[in-house]
Ligand binder design. Structure first.
Ligand code: NAP
Length: 308
């Protein structure tokens, strides 16, 4: 069977594409990948998505979007696409050895958290190192933690952790913050958060049970010191998940997929929506808007290529 529309990724972009494609009777199939619901499932309250006057928890928003997509007939598959061949239509995708055929594909695979590349990083992930306060903060109740980064994610994580932990250090390599002023102000006004700039994390200190501290360096004075912390949350941005789709898409120097007109990639019938194709805004609402565009684009493409 060849699907009309296959969507890869269940963040706001993928699920909005699914809602629109399903309502256009295209029977979309959406693959959830390794983080069903996408990055918003690892966040706390979403305050800036229009329509939720008092905010909504990220995981709840994604569960509702999934249910909405399913209500109109979207098939949600909790598997990860492992290989694709977009060299000819219908396109071919694989989940390991299982082959899937699709007339159009919407890539909405978003981005993955970056890490600092510290010594023993992989070994200490889940044993003191984390990239997700919402996922792991629970384990650090009444403990001392540090957050690395100077963007909105770092501010959000620091604020979230301050509600659970006894003390939070926010460590950022510059004295200026990339984060929005409102987020910075919340951190500055939070008595449980101690801001350290311009500092950088040099290496973890650990014993057999996991992280016990971090060596931090002041970039102005060159001084290094050990900070006793039980956890370090790396909140330094994300890498777009585009590797699987090369060479059928063009990417920029950071790996974001380049689109031409309204989510269209260089391969006819292949569309990209959300953070995977958005180096600038990276918001849930812009991702949803792009998902809508991709679905309508796919519908138009199918109408214009009825011979398939
Ligand atoms: P970001 O804005 O790219 O910020 C990444 C931060 O990490 C920067 O401060 C950067 O430092 C620092 N950094 C990067 N690599 C580093 C390294 N190797 N060592 C030390 N520090 C490093 O990423 P983000 O905070 O994840 O935010 C991404 C987007 O999502 C933004 O558009 C943001 O507004 C949005 N967002 C919004 C909300 C919200 O509104 N509630 C919440 C989270 C995210 P430099 O500044 O020195 O480059």
């Amino acid at each position: 069977m060849t699907h009309e529309v296959v969507i890869i990724g269940t963040g706001p972009a993928g699920l909005t594409a699914a809602i629109y494609a399903a309502r256009a009777s295209l029977n979309p199939v959406i693959y959830a990948g390794m983080l069903p619901g996408g990055q918003l499932t690892t966040t706390t309250e979403v305050e800036n998505f229009p329509g939720f006057e008092h905010g909504i928890m990220g995981p709840k928003m994604m569960a509702d979007m999934t249910a909405q997509a399913e209500r109109f007939g979207t098939k949600v598959v909790y598997e990860t696409i492992t290989k694709v061949d977009f060299s000819k239509r219908p396109f071919t995708l694989w989940i390991d050895k299982t082959e899937i055929k699709a007339k159009t594909v919407v890539i909405a695979t978003g981005a993955t958290a970056k890490t600092l590349g510290l010594p023993d990083e992989a070994k200490l992930m889940g044993r003191g190192l984390s990239t997700c306060a919402t996922c792991d903060g629970f384990f650090y109740r009444n403990k001392v933690v540090a957050v690395s980064g100077g963007g909105d994610s770092a501010m959000e994580e620091a604020n979230y952790l301050s509600k659970l932990c006894s003390q939070v250090y926010l460590i950022h390599r510059r004295s200026e913050f990339r984060a929005s002023q409102i987020m910075v102000d919340r951190v500055k006004n939070n008595p449980k958060i101690k801001i350290m700039t311009p500092w950088t994390v040099e290496k973890p200190v650990a014993d057999a049970s996991g992280l016990t501290g971090i060596i931090v360096k002041n970039l102005e004075t060159g001084d290094s010191t050990e900070l006793k912390v039980d956890g370090l949350f790396m909140a330094i941005g994300h890498k777009p998940n585009s590797d699987l789709f090369l060479p059928w898409v063009d990417v920029d120097s950071h790996g974001y997929i380049k689109t031409t007109v309204h989510t269209a990639t260089k391969t006819p019938g292949l569309f990209a929506a959300g953070d995977i194709a958005d180096p600038t805004f990276k918001q849930a609402i812009t991702a949803a808007g792009m998902g809508c565009q991709a679905a309508i684009q796919a519908q138009k493409f199918l109408e214009e290529h009825e011979e398939q």
